[in-house]
Write a protein that binds this ligand. Structure first.
Ligand SMILES: *Cc1c(COP(=O)(O)O)cnc(C)c1O
Length: 234
C-alpha cells in the first residue's frame, strides 16, 4: 500500500471510530480530500485507493486539475471549491466545480447562479458561517443566515445544501466541540426549513473528532491524507 492509500485508510478508521463513539453511522460522514497545493499524481493515488471527492482552494489550480482528470476520462470525480471566492473568479467555479462551500454574500451567489451552464445540474452550495474567528473576513454571522439562505434558495442555478465553517484553531477538545455544536444547531434549524439541506461541512485534520461528535456530515481533510503542505512554490 502506498502512503496516501495508507493515510486514507487511517482517516476512514478515525471517522468510523468518532461516529461510533457518538452513536452515528459512519456513512453519515463524507470524506472530502483536500488536495490544494498537491500534484495530480497525489490525487491519482487517492483515486486508486477509492477516493472520489476532492476539495481545492485556489480557482485556477483546481480548474487545471479538473481538466486534467476530465481528459484522462477515468472514473467521474466530484470537485468542491472550498477557498475564498472573488467575484472575478466566480465563472470558473460555476463552470467547472460541482460544489462551492464558501458562499457568503448574495452578489457572489447571484453570479454563480447566472454563470452556471444550463447543461449542468445546479451548483451545490454551502453558506459559510464565521463561527469563531474574528480575524477572518470570510463567512457571515449566524444572525445573517436566515436572510441569505432564503435569497440563495431562490436562485435557479444553485441548490442550497447546507453550511460550512472553519473554526479558529483551538487545541482543546471541549472548546472545539462547543463551537461545532453551535454550527450543528444552526444546521438542524436550516434543515427543517429547506428540504434540499443535508450537508454540514465541518472538521479538518485537527478537529474532526469534535466536528463528527457535534454532527458534521462532511469533513475536509488535507494534511492527514496528503501530508504537510509546502507553500514555498506559490
Ligand atoms: C486546507 C483546508 C482544509 C484541510 O486542512 P487540514 O488541516 O490540512 O486537514 C480544510 N478546509 C479548508 C477550507 C481548507 O482551506
Amino acid at each position: 500500500m502506498n502512503e496516501i492509500a495508507h493515510n486514507l485508510a487511517q482517516v476512514h478508521h478515525k471517522i468510523s471510530a468518532a461516529a461510533l463513539r457518538c452513536g452515528r453511522a459512519c456513512e453519515e460522514v463524507t470524506l472530502l480530500a483536500v488536495s490544494k497545493t498537491k500534484p495530480a499524481s497525489a490525487i491519482e493515488e487517492a483515486v486508486a485507493a477509492g477516493q472520489r471527492a476532492f476539495g481545492e482552494n485556489y480557482v485556477q489550480e483546481g480548474v487545471d486539475k479538473i481538466r486534467y482528470f476530465a481528459e484522462k476520462g477515468a472514473q467521474p470525480l466530484e470537485w468542491h471549491f472550498i477557498g475564498p471566492l472573488q467575484s472575478n473568479k466566480s465563472r470558473l467555479v460555476a463552470e467547472n466545480f460541482d460544489w462551492c462551500h464558501t458562499v457568503d454574500r448574495l452578489r457572489i451567489a447571484t453570479r454563480l447562479s447566472e454563470q452556471r451552464p444550463a447543461g449542468l445540474s445546479p451548483l451545490n452550495v454551502l453558506i459559510q458561517i464565521n463561527i469563531s474567528d474574528e480575524h477572518s473576513k470570510s463567512g457571515i454571522a449566524l444572525s445573517e443566515l436566515d436572510q441569505l439562505a432564503s435569497e440563495v434558495a431562490a436562485l435557479p442555478g444553485l441548490v442550497l445544501r447546507g453550511l460550512m465553517a472553519i473554526p479558529a484553531p483551538e487545541p482543546d477538545y471541549e472548546r472545539q466541540f462547543a463551537v461545532c455544536s453551535q454550527m450543528a444547531a444552526a444546521f438542524e434549524a436550516l434543515k427543517n426549513r429547506y428540504s434540499t439541506v443535508d450537508t454540514l461541512s465541518l472538521g479538518m485534520t485537527d478537529d474532526m473528532d469534535a466536528a463528527i461528535a457535534a454532527g458534521s456530515t462532511m469533513v475536509r481533510i488535507g494534511t492527514a491524507i496528503f501530508g504537510a503542505r509546502d507553500y514555498s512554490a506559490r
